[in-house]
Design a protein around this ligand. Structure first.
Ligand SMILES: *Cc1c(COP(=O)(O)O)cnc(C)c1O
Length: 217
């Protein structure tokens, strides 16, 4: 099933749109199956879980962190992940910078936008994104490469569109600034029920779990 699901998604994605297989709660075996079917990037939400599957799978995929990153887990994250999609404070950016400088690497990061302005959700508010990016651009061991958003959870995919539009507008306006050391390349939006809408609104990275692996327990 996983194989067919991945092939169906990949055959639908327009050129230039990257698929992140959102793999929370999935076993290494399931993840391996997805990779064998053509998934190149695996997204993980929890460090402990990521560590377990990473030990089995290693660098056969690229690893993106897509959960909420606590500062005390950054050191472990720096050892596994190729990108952190959920930077939402200067504090966190500084910690990633520090841990990456210790191991002489530069971490590509996306800034997470709380496009729904939901109090219980993570991410920076839309109006704070530019300042955070400007501040983070001075850190030598991270590189800002774009934006990520979740948006509120809806039943109807179309309801997500305004949040994707808003995030795309922020993306475009920051890109137009041409900030030094910032490369606005990735716009990560859209999940199983909303990725088609996200792509219409210019997402070039979609994070899909359920449609690849089935419903979570
Ligand atoms: C779980 C998750 C996804 C994928 O959600 P599905 O609805 O299963 O496709 C995407 N992004 C993030 C941040 C997630 O936590």
């Amino acid at each position: 099933m996983i194989k067919e699901n991945v092939q169906k998604i990949l055959s639908e994605l327009p050129e230039g749109v990257e698929l992140v297989g959102a793999a929370k709660t999935r076993t290494a075996e399931e993840i391996r199956e997805a990779i064998n079917a053509g998934v190149k990037i695996i997204g993980e939400n929890y460090i402990q879980e990521a560590k377990k599957v990473f030990e089995v799978i290693g660098r056969k995929a690229r690893w993106h962190f897509i959960g909420h990153l606590q500062k005390n887990k950054v050191k472990k994250a720096a050892a596994i992940f190729d990108m952190i999609e959920t930077v939402d404070s200067l504090d966190l950016a500084r910690e990633i910078d520090k841990r990456c400088s210790e191991v002489s690497r530069i971490m590509p990061v996306l800034i997470e936008i709380n496009s729904g302005r939901e109090r219980q959700k993570f991410g920076v508010l839309p109006e704070d994104a530019q300042r955070l990016i400007e501040e983070a651009s001075h850190l030598h061991n991270i590189k800002v490469m774009g934006l990520m958003t979740m948006g509120p959870r809806f039943g109807a995919p179309e309801d997500s569109r305004p949040y994707f539009v808003q995030t795309r507008k922020i993306f475009d306006s920051i890109k137009a600034l041409g900030l030094p050391h910032v490369e606005m390349r990735y716009l990560s939006m859209g999940m199983t029920n909303s990725y088609r809408i996200a792509i219409e609104e210019e997402a070039n990275m979609v994070r899909i779990g359920t449609m690849i692996f089935g419903e979570r327990e």
